[in-house]
Structure formats: C-alpha cells, structure tokens
Design a protein around this ligand. Structure first.
Ligand code: CDP
Length: 245
C-alpha cells in the first residue's frame, strides 16, 4: 500500500501529458465515450478495464480450475500482456496478438470482477496505465481512475445511467437487432450483479463531474465532456502563462 502510494507520486511527477479520467459502472458508455473524446481532442484513449480483461483472458487460456485462481496465478500472466499504442488508443496484446473479441467473451466477463478485486492485480494494471500517460495526453476510462490511479487528473467525469438503459445499450452493441424486453431484463440482472461485485472500486471522486447519460445521445455526452475539457485547458493554460511571467 505504502509502496503503491510512493510509486504513484513518482509517476505523477514523471507525467508530462494531460489526463481526463472517465469512471462509472458497467456499460455506462465509458469506453466508447472516452474513445470519441480522445479523437476530438487529439488525445489517446486507455481502457483500463481491457487490461483486467486481458489478464483474465490470458489466465483462461490455461486449462486449470478457474475457481482456485490466486493473485499469484493471475499475475504470472503479466509478462504475456502488453499495452501498445494502436491508432488513437492503447490496445492490450496477449502473446503479441490483438484479442478484442476474446476480451468481450462471457467467460472473461464472468470472471473479471474477481480478478480485479486482487490488490496486486490492481497495482499491476495501474502501473501500466500510468506508464501510458507518461508520454501522451490521455483519456482513461475505468472505475477508480479519478480516485486511485490519477487523483490529480485535469478533468474527472463520473458517468451513470439507469440499469435498464445500460443493459439495452450493451445488447444493441452485441446484436444486430433490437433486444426483446425479456433479454433486456436478463442482461439488467447480470449488470446489477457485476455492479455489486465492482462496488468497492467504483468510486466517484469528490471533484468529478457527474453525468447521467440515460436520456443523452452519445454525441451529446461526448460534446459535454469535450466542452469541459476545453474549459479546463483554457483555465490551466492561463495559469501556466501567468506562472511563466
Ligand atoms: O465495459 P464494462 O463496464 O463492461 O467493463 P470494463 O470497463 O471492460 O471492465 C471490466 C471489469 O474490470 C469490471 O467489471 C471491473 O471488475 C474491472 N475494472 C476495475 O475494477 N477497475 C477499473 N479501473 C476498470 C475495470
């Protein structure tokens, strides 16, 4: 814990770029919003959840008992997972390969919260994310980015949405037709269950801007965040101009 704190301070000192943190519960639209915001601002997107998923997927490739995984088992996969720049994002690779579809699979989704509750795993992911921000302006999405990973982020957003709406959006992402009410109800149950497992780490920072996206289009939520980011940039640019005088 103490070591993580001092490592955090060192990383914060090494950081040259700006950070926008977007946190919130499952399927609140964090990743797609973060991706668009990054594109509009010329930043890079880092999806911290994808790293938890990549460690889980790497371990799942080993035919062993998923119930008995220890923190050490999961961390032993760390040397197979790498976060590399890809377009306007960073993408995790497993054994040097892109693994987008594997990361979204139901086995990974079922097991990822348990993996993410392991303190050593969280330290590992946080170190990879902080490293990505050393050289780049980044939009990072996750659960605890504004509280633990970058408590000094330039802008913090906490995205929420009604659980039915989150389930509906998640299903539309996955299927090429409109989901039925029964399907949405089932997915809502799964999401609420995962929210409960992730509750400890899903924390709104005191200085985060809360945005409820239930009745917003994706364009509207992206626009709001981009406007907030531009306002912060203007304000801090003003401050650093004064500092330099
Ligand atoms: O997109 P979705 O909300 O479904 O999840 P994700 O961002 O891909 O994250 C997958 C899982 O990783 C979550 O259910 C959490 O258990 C974990 N996670 C976390 O604990 N902390 C983060 N900063 C990001 C993800």
């Amino acid at each position: 814990m103490a070591r993580d704190h001092s490592a955090r301070q060192q990383d914060a000192r090494a950081r040259k770029g700006r950070v926008i943190a977007i946190d919130g519960p499952a399927a609140s639209g964090k990743s797609s919003t973060a991706q668009w915001v990054a594109q509009q601002l010329g930043y890079r997107h880092v999806d911290s959840g994808a790293l938890y998923r990549a460690l889980t997927a790497a371990r799942l490739r080993k035919p062993d008992d998923t119930e008995g995984w220890t923190e050490r088992d999961v961390l032993s996969e760390g040397n197979r997972v790498r976060l590399v720049p890809h377009g306007t994002s960073f993408a995790p690779l497993i054994d040097g390969e892109r693994v987008e579809t594997e990361l979204r699979g139901s086995d990974v989704t079922r097991l990822v919260s348990r993996v993410a509750s392991m303190p050593g795993v969280r330290d590992w992911v946080n170190a990879q994310v902080r490293l990505a921000a050393v050289e780049h302006d980044v939009v990072v999405d996750g659960r605890d980015i504004g509280t633990v990973v970058f408590p000094d982020a330039d802008l913090k957003i906490f995205l929420v949405a009604d659980s039915w709406e989150r389930a509906r959006r998640r299903l539309i992402q996955r299927m090429d037709r409109s989901p039925t009410d029964d399907e949405i109800a089932e997915e809502t149950e799964r999401l609420v269950h995962r929210d409960a497992k992730d509750a400890t780490q899903t924390v709104q920072a005191k200085d985060a801007v809360l945005i409820d996206t239930t009745r917003l289009t994706q364009e509207e939520q992206v626009e709001r965040i981009v406007a907030l980011a531009r306002a912060v940039t203007q304000r801090t640019k003003g401050t650093s101009d004064v500092d330099q005088e």
